[in-house]
Design a binder for this molecule. Structure first.
Ligand SMILES: [Zn+2]
Length: 63
């Protein structure tokens, strides 16, 4: 499980706990505790994609 610590209120969140909001047609992830934008897909294009890449890199049993 990926954990993200909010830099504003320091709550520990899993990626599934983040609130998704679309602002200006851009997906952002918000902290559900303090409503701060943690990830904006367009402005920090690496971060959210890094999560998805992390999932993709999860070990898969190719026997
Ligand atoms: Zn927060």
């Amino acid at each position: 499980m990926i954990r993200i610590v909010c830099p504003h209120c320091h709550v520990s969140l899993s990626s599934a706990e983040l609130e998704q909001a679309t602002v200006d047609d851009q997906l952002s992830l918000l902290c559900p505790e303090c409503s701060s934008v943690l990830v904006s897909e367009s402005r920090h294009e690496g971060e959210y994609h890094t999560l998805q890449e992390h999932y993709a890199e999860c070990p898969v049993a190719h026997a």
